[in-house]
Design a protein around this ligand. Structure first.
Ligand SMILES: C[S@@+](CC[C@H](N)C(=O)[O-])C[C@H]1O[C@@H](n2cnc3c(N)ncnc32)[C@H](O)[C@@H]1O
Length: 271
């Protein structure tokens, strides 16, 4: 049987908590604008599926001050951080231990279902998308960040990061039964599911729009969490992965350097 959580160790690691903090600081200023397009009831019910440490759940609750938000995840330590973060919002923001493969929640309960930074890391993305659509009400929305590791670009140094991004995500995905290029594939999956009004937008995390230290913190967290499994699962050794990450971090920090991570934000509406 395929491992349903092949990145379990990395997801629960301290570097993931750091990474999620840096990612939301980089992404939210652009992503938050996109929520304005959803036509939601005055008091919407919102699911943050695979909420992690609640970085996004808390921001969604602030963006929709009358919303009820449920965050679900399978890492209890993340749920504890999320509850602490949202303590002042506890009357309308709650967190529960549930797996996105089988939420055990009623059909059609949510006006908006959010799932960020997950689909690339788990197998059977189609099954998960079907489960997310099931719990979304008719005419409700899915809001997804399906990562795509072909959408990162760094400048050449002694090493060429194109080699790293060409080799490591493909082998990592093959070994773990996951699609690390799902960003470009989600449109077709949603269309095949019969969902409506599919949109694809990009948050541009680059050295012009995002503070260099924030962008560097994302790559640093990835290095700390993933250099070792990259060494295990791909032809790139642990040492070599560290060298590539260190060069990419230096590229971001170089005041004359340019680097970019294109983050797909995909939404769709249930019929
Ligand atoms: C990269 S984090 C993203 C966290 C959050 N969505 C955000 O944007 O900050 C991915 C999260 O998915 C969770 N996760 C992985 N498999 C899951 C599953 N089967 N059910 C629920 N959560 C899961 C992990 O525990 C982790 O917290």
């Amino acid at each position: 049987m395929t491992d349903l959580n092949p990145q379990a160790k990395q997801m629960a690691d301290e570097s993931m908590v750091r990474g999620l903090d840096a990612q939301i600081r980089a992404i939210w200023p652009q992503e938050s604008q996109l929520f304005g397009r959803y036509s939601l009831p005055a008091e919407p019910s919102i699911l943050d599926a695979c909420c992690g440490t609640g970085e996004c759940s808390s921001r969604i609750a602030e963006l929709f001050p009358k919303a009820r938000v449920l965050g679900v995840d399978i890492v209890d330590a993340h749920l504890a951080l999320a509850r602490a973060r949202c303590a002042s919002l506890a009357s309308r923001v709650t967190f529960e231990h549930r797996s996105v493969f089988e939420l055990q929640l009623p059909d059609a309960g949510f006006d908006l279902t959010v799932c960020r930074h997950v689909l690339h890391s788990i197998p059977h993305a189609n099954r998960v998308l079907a489960e997310l659509a099931r719990v979304t009400r008719p005419r409700g929305y899915l809001h997804l960040i399906p990562e795509d590791y072909g959408m990162l670009h760094f400048q050449r140094g002694p090493l060429d990061p194109r080699d790293f991004w060409h080799v490591s995500p493909a082998s990592f995905g093959e070994k773990t039964g996951t699609d690390l290029f799902i960003g470009r594939n989600v449109y077709g999956i949603l269309a095949a599911m019969g969902l409506d009004e599919i949109t694809v937008d990009y948050v541009v995390v680059d050295t012009v729009r995002v503070p260099r230290e924030t962008f560097a913190a994302i790559l640093t967290a990835w290095r700390d969490g993933y250099a070792e499994p990259i060494g295990e699962h791909t032809p790139i050794s642990h040492e070599s992965a560290l060298a590539y990450f260190n060069q990419m971090i230096a590229n971001i920090r170089n005041p004359r350097g340019y680097a970019v991570w294109m983050v797909p934000v995909v939404s769709a509406r249930k019929e």
